[in-house]
Design a protein around this ligand. Structure first.
Ligand code: ASP
Length: 329
């Protein structure tokens, strides 16, 4: 039987009702005990570095999870990370950059309802996550949820209540779990050896455009961030009102050596800046990167990963555009 390390981090899956609202309270041991069938699939050791609602999880926790995986890499055949669903897609994306080319699986799962409730999806998701993790052909960072196996760079939470909370955006699910078995749709060739990274740049900002947004926001951004993700409308572009103030301020921002990644607020199919005048104008403001088909979560994590390695614009550009786990197509 395979040996799997379960890394429990909190989330609804481990939550109990309290006077203050739902709070992660259950230990990793209690979680495991709720699905005794897992013992027939693999040997599990558990560790619980923290027990948080995933709203509280950020880069320090991603680095901590990656460190636990790295330190235990030789000892185990795979890793299951239980996690809140709210920011699971960010954690999955971040782990995809921090742990690259892993021949062993790192599987994230959680649930929409606490494992303590009768109609919970936690038991199924846990069992599926361990079943997938114990599969001979599993590798890389994946989200297993509601029977779907999704690349860590392609997962997005698209429903707040339903059991099928996650979608695989602009890329197919690589497998599904049916009747306790993994049914493969896309079998990856296993990489040889993992590469671990140990740093992320935190001063990243996502600016979601709204109609009429003032370019004065750059007063703040220039002072406080190294990397900006500009979530524009549709195929992408910037407004020309206020005497082209947006373009002027963006140009200034870029001249300070900051990195700008342009993406779209539309969930699927990515940006295409050269389609419209508003997009071409943005391209003339200076050297910006395009997230193309990347999810916002992957773009955020990748920019944090790139800028932790270098602030040199051309190196950032080549790192950003180099595909990692089908993140950019
Ligand atoms: N607020 C919870 C969390 O992300 C939601 C969940 O797990 O479904 O930790």
């Amino acid at each position: 039987m395979k040996n799997i390390l379960m890394i429990a981090t909190g989330g609804t899956i481990a939550s109990m009702n309290t006077d203050a609202g739902l709070l992660p309270k259950l230990s990793s041991k209690e979680l495991l005990e709720s699905v005794p069938e897992i013992g027939q699939i693999c040997n599990v050791t558990q560790i619980q570095p923290f027990n948080l609602d995933s709203t509280n999880i950020y880069s320090a926790h991603w680095l901590e999870i990656a460190r636990i995986v790295e330190e235990n890499y030789r000892k185990y055949d795979g890793f299951v990370v239980t996690h809140g669903t709210d920011t699971m897609a960010y954690t999955a994306a971040a782990l995809s950059y921090l742990i690259q080319d892993s021949p062993k699986p790192v599987v994230l799962t959680g649930s929409q309802k606490s494992v303590s409730l009768r109609d919970t999806d936690a038991r199924r998701n846990l069992l599926d996550a361990f079943t997938y993790c114990a599969d001979e052909d599993a590798c890389g960072v994946r989200v297993v949820f509601d029977g779907s196996v999704i690349l860590g760079t392609r997962a997005k939470k698209t429903r707040t209540r339903s059991y099928n909370a996650f979608s695989s955006v602009d890329f197919p699910e690589t497998a599904v779990l049916r009747d306790g078995k993994v049914v493969w749709y896309l079998k990856e060739e296993k990489p040889q050896a993992p590469r671990f990274y140990h740093a992320l740049e935190n001063s990243i900002f996502v600016l979601k455009m709204i109609p009429g947004l003032s370019a004065d926001i750059f007063d703040y951004l220039s002072e406080h961030c190294e990397g900006l993700i500009l979530e524009t409308f549709g195929s992408g572009g910037i407004p020309g009102y206020d005497g082209e103030a947006f373009c002027a301020r963006l140009t200034e921002f870029l001249k300070k050596g900051k990195t700008v990644v342009v993406t779209t607020q539309v969930e699927r199919e990515g940006s295409a800046l050269s389609n419209y005048e508003v997009g071409r104008k943005l391209l003339r403001c200076g050297k910006v990167l395009e997230a193309r088909s990347m999810t916002l979560e992957a773009a955020v994590a990748k920019l944090m990963w790139c800028l932790a390695q270098t602030k040199d614009q051309s190196r950032v550009e080549s790192l950003f555009y180099k595909p990692v786990e089908r993140d950019i197509i």
